[in-house]
Design a binder for this molecule. Structure first.
Ligand code: NAD
Ligand code: UFG
Length: 347
């Protein structure tokens, strides 16, 4: 039984991206067969070449958009998948405010074509990348899965909408196995320093921005407010090592391969750190100083957001193990070895 499960064939949408490439690596290490579909709108195929270099295994890659029905039909005709891990989507909160139609079209439209293709092929097992952003400004922290869903931006609303579609699907046909994962703040990189987050343009998120300051690509970090209701006045978040997150997908996959049903879990550490604490940790890890200035609050931000991760432990046996210092060390190794991301070197 175990052997059969380990050789299962998994379609990974968005597998060339940041979290996807780390997950592909852990899936291959765990013995799963993987095919990646990605339109490379926010990724480089080099991430997969590097996963091949690390695992010694070629990764079948299809360069296609999930909204391309004929490409998706062909993909499912040519392969016999046991399950899908669905990362593909646009994820920038600010951009979603200025381009809502593109976000709804890509995230919800792409998911609908994927689900139609799965239904047609008789594949009813999926692990979906949702986000803690569906909780909006939470009434209390830590946040458990029963907290209200009240996203405050178009990106978050696309995630909440996809969650509803998956709920309707599970209700319509209980033979579906659906795992929805609400990630908190993924950071860090694989220990090898060969793959990592490679944002295009100005990074939206804290750790990639700090890393670019440390490596000399940016002059200083802007800290968005020091008057929040937190221990030092700066925003507090639940940072999660991307390798822990990738391993959470392997556990989730095992669960959907094992039994039908619909479940939702938070993937976070359960511990929050402030912006100033992250800066200090990154300074320790990199041995560089991170110049910063306090500026106005960023619109849409909240004071504190961290997970109650108990349900993931109970359901999947998963818990995050890598501490903040390791997140920073691994992020720094990736950034310092690849100062311009995947464009830094060939191969
Ligand atoms: P990413 O941008 O690195 O990866 C997403 C991948 O999907 C990219 O490689 C992109 O090219 C691809 N893609 C996008 N639209 C596509 C389409 N229509 N067809 C085919 N491929 C498409 O982002 P990531 O950080 O790896 O995030 C992965 C998933 O996790 C996303 O769904 C994101 O919303 C979700 N998530 C991310 C975070 C985070 O902070 N990184 C937090 C919570 C949830
Ligand atoms: N911050 C700064 N300066 C920066 C960037 C961020 O001070 O240049 C602060 C923010 O104000 C916040 C903290 O650092 O207090 C973290 O900000 P991020 O942008 O890294 O993360 P968010 O929690 O705001 O949002 C992220 C993703 C969302 C996702 C959410 C929950 O961008 O897509 O985590 O998973 F929904």
């Amino acid at each position: 039984m175990m052997k059969e499960r380990q050789s299962a064939q998994i379609l990974v949408t968005g597998g060339a991206g940041y979290i996807g490439s780390h997950t592909v690596l852990e899936l291959i290490t765990a013995g799963f067969g993987v095919v990646v579909v990605d339109n490379l709108s926010n990724a480089s195929e080099q991430s997969l070449q590097r996963v091949t270099e690390l695992t010694g295994q070629a990764i079948p890659f299809v360069n296609a958009d999930l909204r391309d029905r004929s490409a998706m039909v062909a993909l499912f005709q040519m392969n016999r998948f046991d399950a899908v891990i669905h990362f593909a989507g646009l994820k920038a909160v600010g951009e979603s405010v200025s381009k809502p139609v593109a976000y709804w079209d890509n995230n919800v439209g792409g998911t609908l074509v994927l689900l139609e293709s799965m239904e047609r092929a008789g594949i009813r097992r999926i692990v979906f990348s949702s986000s803690a952003t569906v909780y909006g400004d939470p009434q209390r922290v830590p946040i458990d899965e029963a907290a209200a869903i009240q996203p405050t931006n178009p990106y978050g609303r696309t995630k909440a909408c996809i969650e509803s579609i998956l709920t309707d699907l599970a209700t319509s046909d209980p033979s579906w196995a659906i795992g929805t994962l609400r990630y908190f703040n993924p950071v860090g990189a694989h220990l090898s320093g060969r793959i990592g987050e490679d944002p295009r343009g100005l990074p939206n998120n804290l750790m990639p921005f700090i890393a670019q300051v440390a490596v000399g690509r940016r002059e200083r970090l802007s800290v968005f407010g020091d008057d929040w209701d937190t221990r030092d006045g700066t925003g507090l978040r639940d940072y999660l090592h991307v390798v822990d997150l990738a391993l959470g997908h392997v556990d989730s996959l095992r669960r959907v391969l094992q039994s039908p049903g619909h479940w939702t879990v938070n993937l976070g550490t359960g511990t929050g750190y402030t912006v100033l604490e992250v800066i200090r940790a990154f300074e320790r890890a990199s041995g560089r100083s991170i110049p910063f200035e306090i500026v106005n609050r960023r619109s849409g931000d909240i004071a504190s957001c961290y997970a109650d991760p108990a349900h993931a432990l109970a359901l999947l046996g998963w818990r995050a193990e890598r501490p903040l210092d390791q997140m920073c060390e691994d992020h720094w190794r990736w950034q310092s070895n690849n100062p311009s991301g995947f464009a830094s070197t060939q191969g």
